[in-house]
Design a binder for this molecule. Structure first.
Ligand code: TA6
Length: 302
């Protein structure tokens, strides 16, 4: 694993009093953004937003207190990038779940202050010997994370190969809620989903999604905005997306939470994943030279 010198990153990309690089737990480089609107932290490994908290708000992203910070391991919480496949590899169970983008160190491409005092950082990842051993294609990814009154993550996928390939993936967004059993996820009424806890059985959503047990669903062919209504925190989180035809809703509930070391006993209560995805039927083809952007914008409303 490459090592990164935060003083070099600060010299090249730091923004005084707004964007700084540090070495965080597990020696992983972490970017902290503090601006007029919010504070946020982002891991350079995985280009993974970890925290986002508008001033005078509770945290919007959920980050497991039991996360393992380790080179080459995914961090539990925030917005891991699942790519170039979502879930288990379609034909080889030995390959890592959710692809490799979330566990590799990305390159910092640039930082900027945008309109209305927003702060942006851009990361890049392209194919290497390591990625070609898992997936034999040339690609270039760019991930732009913008921190303002809302948090925006935009993943641009480019096919730099001379053959077409397909990909699936997700911005695997962990949202913080007061009590998952009391929330409602709006925006998926009437949508067909594959129910992963019922052998991928196809079902139709009726009304809002409520969670009172393990939920692991890929909602298909939907581009709708979703909102998580959290009556105990008296807020809604709006999940506005583009370049995505699937929405995944996941909560591990009690037993799975207990079984997964970096979740822990009661973790499931405080989180819900509502993921901007292209998965299962919504796998995306990409021609040589073509690009595709999958984007999510998270905002608190009342
Ligand atoms: O997005 C839901 C899901 O695919 C679930 O099936 C679930 O196990 C999860 O992601 C977390 O996966 P991970 O590999 O991060 O443990």
């Amino acid at each position: 694993m490459r090592t990164i010198d935060p003083s070099l990153l600060n010299a090249n990309f730091g923004i005084t009093k707004q964007l700084t690089f540090d070495i965080g737990p597990g020696d992983l480089p972490i970017v902290t953004i503090r601006n007029h609107h919010a504070t946020a932290t982002i891991s350079v490994q995985g280009a993974q937003a970890l925290t986002f908290q508008p001033h005078d708000e509770e945290p919007v992203l959920w980050l497991s207190p039991r996360s393992r910070y380790k080179a080459g391991r995914s961090i539990r919480g925030g917005i891991p990038i699942c790519w170039p496949w979502f879930g288990p590899h379609p034909s080889d169970a030995d390959k890592p779940q959710h692809g490799f983008a979330r566990t590799l160190l990305w390159e910092v491409l640039g930082t900027a202050v945008g309109e209305g005092d927003t702060s942006q950082i851009r990361f890049g990842l392209h194919d290497s010997e390591q990625t070609r051993a898992l997936w034999p294609y040339a690609f270039a990814l760019e991930c732009a994370v913008t921190v303002g009154p809302a948090l925006e993550v935009a993943l641009t996928i480019r096919n730099t190969d001379d053959v077409a390939w397909t990909w699936s993936g997700a911005l695997h967004t962990y949202l913080a809620v007061q009590d998952v059993a009391r929330i409602a996820v709006h925006g998926l009424d009437g949508v067909t989903y594959a129910d992963k806890v019922d052998d991928y059985e196809r079902k139709t959503q009726h009304g809002v999604v409520r969670i009172d047990g393990e939920v692991d669903r890929v909602y298909l062919a939907t581009t709708a905005i979703c909102t998580v209504d959290d009556p105990l925190l008296e807020r809604r989180i709006e999940i506005d997306k583009s370049g995505s035809r699937s929405t995944v809703v996941w909560n591990p509930w009690e037993q799975k939470s207990r079984e997964v070391a970096d979740l822990g006993e009661d973790a499931y209560r405080g989180m819900v994943c509502v993921e901007t995805a292209n998965a299962l039927d919504d796998v995306q083809p990409l021609a040589p030279g073509a690009e595709h952007t999958m984007r999510v914008r998270l905002a608190v409303t009342r």
